[in-house]
Ligand binder design. Structure first.
Ligand code: 0WD
Length: 254
């Protein structure tokens, strides 16, 4: 019997096999969880379907968090297929690439709004739907980055959105706690993914972490996945409102 045996989880934010959400999904499935995946758009559908098949998981449809009807639809389908939910992985963020370079002060109102809406508000939108399927309590997990706490080169408006996301984790944890639903974040160290490729000079950030993190290396999606099990499973049943760093220790240095 695995750590996650009997747990039903929805995974949002797999783009390909380098996605952090994929690392978490692999760890959860290996520990016995039954999973459902969403995808954003037809291009990603083709990538997500074979990955879901590898884990014997459901694919519950397209979800673009800027379209509330699509969020409703995937939660409804999840409820029908799984009869409820025990955890949700929210690994979604977006900002215009040309503003993840240069100066934060140049951020446009339009991109500020879009970045906040997709990268921060979407967790609240997801929590609203998840709560209804988590009659026996549950665990909601999101992904954040150290750029929320400290200035980081090029992270710009995404850092501001991640700061708001971390605050949302605390407010959601307080609201949903009485229902036995926990809300936490993992602050992952830099990992080369599709989303990261939009951040200016990302290779330099990876090298900087390798030279300066206590473990003298960066982390893998598998390592984030293993740490996520603690927060998603009953091992973390006393933990909520937490931002847990999985970053080879970089946050104590930088
Ligand atoms: O170094 C890194 N890679 C770190 C990432 C360090 C610390 C945190 N994170 C965070 C990201 O900010 C994000 O919240 O982890 C989360 C997952 O990101 P990832 O695994 O690095 O990136 P990726 O594999 O690209 O997945 C993010 C996905 C999108 O992919 P693309 O690259 O196509 O934008 O988020 C999804 C989409 O699948 N996404 C959306 N989903 C629904 N609706 C939307 C949207 N509007 N926008 C993006």
């Amino acid at each position: 019997q695995g750590l996650m045996a009997g747990k039903r989880g929805l995974v949002m934010g797999v783009a390909n096999n380098r996605s952090i959400a994929w690392g978490i999904a692999k760890a959860a499935a290996k520990a016995g969880a039954k999973l459902a995946f969403t995808y954003q758009g037809d291009a990603l559908k083709k990538r997500v379907e074979p990955l879901a098949a590898e884990l014997d998981a459901h694919v519950v449809g397209h979800c673009d968090v800027t379209d509330p009807a699509s969020i409703d639809a995937v939660f409804e389908k999840t409820g029908e297929l799984m009869g409820g939910l025990d955890f949700v992985v929210h690994a979604i963020a977006f900002s215009d690439k040309d503003q993840l370079d240069g100066r934060y002060v140049e951020t446009t109102a339009e991109n500020f709004h879009k970045t906040m809406f997709i990268s921060c508000y979407s967790l609240t939108a997801v929590a609203q739907r998840a709560e209804k399927l988590m009659g026996n309590g549950g665990s909601i997990l999101t992904l954040t980055y150290y750029g929320a706490e400290k200035w980081m080169p090029h992270y710009n408006v995404m850092g501001v959105a991640k700061a708001a996301l971390e605050a949302s984790v605390r407010y959601l944890a307080a609201d949903l706690g009485p229902g036995g639903i926990r809300v936490n974040a993992i602050s992952a160290g830099p990992i080369k993914t599709l989303a990261a490729s939009g951040i200016g000079d990302f290779r330099y950030i990876l090298k900087w972490n390798e030279y300066n993190a206590p473990l003298r290396r960066t982390v893998s999606i598998e390592e984030v996945g293993d740490s996520a099990l603690y927060l998603l499973s009953d091992m973390g049943r006393g933990v909520t409102g937490e931002v847990h760093h999985v970053d080879a220790g970089y946050h104590i240095v930088g």
